[in-house]
Design a protein around this ligand. Structure first.
Ligand code: FES
Length: 615
């Protein structure tokens, strides 16, 4: 089995462990960086240029065609043609990045001149009252910062703060609303938190609202999973009794507060200096977070309670940030197409790109957005949690010990996150494994895992030995471990294949319905953007092979945009202009309800069959 190598990408500073023999393009994808590969990695366009400053392998014929001798000596290589065989440091020029992601990364590194947050802080030194000047405290302040609106709780604290600090205070303002008076000069401490609230995973980012720069990033499991792993089971739980909705709300708020504490500890920031939080989640997640009844989301026509973005008090919501801080819940497009999709639309500006262009956010809920000639359609489909490792016998999240890559030749090779012993399969490993077994004929197009006596004769003896029966007499394919070895067995069973088929079929059928609505074919698509934290890890060819992405779209048109929901939450946090743009864009999206669509079931049934390769 091949050894693992560590690849560090500069200037992003991201490092990943991959199997020796992995190309730079693949390793970059694992690191969440999408290189532009216009020729699909055929080595003929020369666009995927990277500089390997340490650990560069020998230059190949493709490199010699595009680089001078001096460039080759300096480590320049084609990312798609260069397989890494030792630890390496790779520098990726901006020109080699997939354009949308380059745009998103650029957004994330906006300089302070472009950052327009809702919150601003002004330090003032006011003359204290005297017999000669007995003006009111607030009048003194307003003479410097202009007229402000102030709430009663804030007013009650004001006289004390002015006097304790000898009238040297920092005013915290959102528009003309005075939300804080802090003793001394705290003007350089102005922060915000952006969250992606996934059905399975939560991600939080702490931003400096003066520069737009990210100070810390944390993630964790959505603790609501113990009440059910998809949105429908959460809705059922919320409706099961008087306190059930509050129970769901409490666990998510507690988890968010823990994440805020972790963000603050990592960045050495005081949580009371976080003045705003933006929260992007699907419709159900946002309703549960707000403690709003979800019963209507469980019944046709699945009408949400609100559409426009909601600005609420952070304290009211339960978030432990600045006492008068605010929380912004992203606009809901319709039905189950919620704030995570509108955040993705903001992050990618998909509606402004030359189309037809498709965005697929792959998660427990698959969100699909299609944009063409100024119109945008969006749908949500219940893919289930298979991509996040749930409902899979040896499934796990993409953390240390998860097999994230599988290559099968004579033998089986695996890439394990963290370079440690394999303990399970995460979504990308599952997709690779099923794609490889389909290619080898071990799995049929209908999704049947063949028993030993039906395996193709061309299959190597090593691979045949991996096909066994489990304790219930069902066929399984052993990836690693088990039997005499001490390592835990990681295997694939027929139920796992079925879960993956269901997940892929839901997304593929959704894509077909949206294309039909727009009068388009998959071959018309100019670009397919794959979003979602997990999406960045999948390999284009294998995703097409199992029918998750349209097989008719060439891999060169498929690009990764990372966690677009989180990026949208970041954009809206640092820019009120972006928030306005978001509200306008979300209001114009046409929501397509798949469960009421006559064609969806037929498309879904058809999509349960794995497509023919290269169709
Ligand atoms: S040469 Fe075209 S993608 Fe590498």
């Amino acid at each position: 089995m091949s050894h693992q190598v560590r690849v560090t990408f500069e200037p992003q500073g991201r490092a990943v462990h991959v199997l020796a023999g992995t190309t730079v393009v693949e390793a970059a994808t694992l690191a969440g960086l999408a290189l532009d590969i216009p020729c699909g990695g055929a080595g003929i366009c020369g666009k995927c240029r990277v500089q390997i400053t340490s650990g560069a392998p020998k230059a190949g014929p493709g490199d010699k065609k595009f680089f001078s001798e001096a460039e080759i000596a300096a480590g320049w290589r084609l990312g798609c043609q260069t397989a890494l065989d030792q630890d390496a440091v790779v520098s990726v020029p901006q020109s080699s990045m997939f354009s949308i992601q380059a745009q998103i990364l650029a957004e994330a590194h906006k300089n302070s001149g472009q950052v327009l947050p809702a919150v601003r802080k002004v330090y003032v030194e006011l003359p204290p009252p005297s017999l000669e000047d007995d003006h009111a405290d607030l009048r003194r302040l307003e003479q410097v910062i202009g007229k402000v609106k102030i709430d009663l709780p804030m007013l009650r604290k004001a006289p004390g703060v002015f006097r304790q600090s000898s009238f040297k205070v920092t005013a915290v303002l959102t528009d003309h609303h005075l939300i804080g008076i802090e003793p001394g000069d705290t003007s350089s401490h102005c922060y915000g938190a952006a969250f992606d609230i996934g059905t399975t995973t939560l991600v939080g980012s702490l931003l400096d609202l003066q520069t737009g720069g990210e100070l810390a990033l944390v993630s964790g499991l959505n603790p609501q999973v113990r009440f059910g792993d998809d949105v429908l089971s959460r809705i059922q739980h919320a409706c099961a009794g008087a306190d059930k909705l509050n129970e769901l709300r409490d666990v998510i708020i507690t988890a968010l507060n823990e994440m805020i504490a972790r963000l603050c500890a990592e960045a050495r920031v005081d949580a009371t200096h976080i003045y705003e939080a933006t929260l992007a989640g699907n419709t159900t997640m946002e309703h549960l977070l707000a403690g709003v009844d979800v019963a209507q989301l469980g019944q046709v026509p699945f009408a949400p309670c609100w559409a426009r973005g909601l600005m609420v008090g952070a304290e009211e919501l339960g978030l432990k940030i600045a006492p008068n801080g605010a929380a912004y819940l992203f606009p809901i497009i319709g039905g189950f197409v919620g704030g995570d999709t509108s955040a993705g639309i903001l992050a990618t500006r998909i509606g402004k790109m030359a189309g037809p262009i498709l965005m697929v956010d792959i998660g427990t809920n698959g969100e699909i957005v299609l944009s063409h000639e100024g119109r945008t359609w969006a749908a949500s489909t219940a893919a289930g949690p298979a991509f996040e490792g749930a409902r899979i016998s040896c499934g796990m999240r993409a953390t240390n010990g998860a097999i994230e890559k599988v290559v099968i030749n004579e033998e089986i090779e695996t890439g394990v996150i963290g370079g440690c012993q394999a303990t399970g399969l995460c979504g990308s490993g599952l997709i690779d494994l099923v794609a490889e077994l389909l290619r080898l004929g071990v799995i049929t197009p209908e999704g049947r895992l063949l028993p030993a006596d039906e395996l193709p004769s061309s299959l190597s003896e090593n691979l045949k030995r991996r096909v066994k029966l489990d304790s219930t007499g069902q066929v399984k394919f052993i990836v690693c471990g088990g039997d005499s070895s001490d390592a835990p067995e990681v295997s694939l069973g027929y139920r796992d294949v079925r879960e993956l088929q269901l997940a892929c079929a839901a997304i593929r059928a959704g894509i077909r319905i949206l294309l039909k609505q727009a009068g388009l074919e998959a071959t018309d698509l100019r670009r397919v953007l794959v979003a979602g934290g997990f999406g960045s890890y999948i390999r284009r060819d294998n995703a097409r092979r199992i029918g998750l992405l349209p097989v008719e779209v060439s891999p060169s048109k498929i690009g990764y945009v990372g966690n677009a929901s989180l990026q949208g939450a970041r954009c809206a946090l640092v820019s009120t202009e972006a928030r306005k743009e978001l509200e306008e864009a979300a209001a114009q999206v046409v929501h397509v309800e798949l469960s009421c669509n006559m064609d969806f079931q037929a498309e879904f049934a058809e999509a349960m069959i794995f497509p023919e390769p290269g169709v």
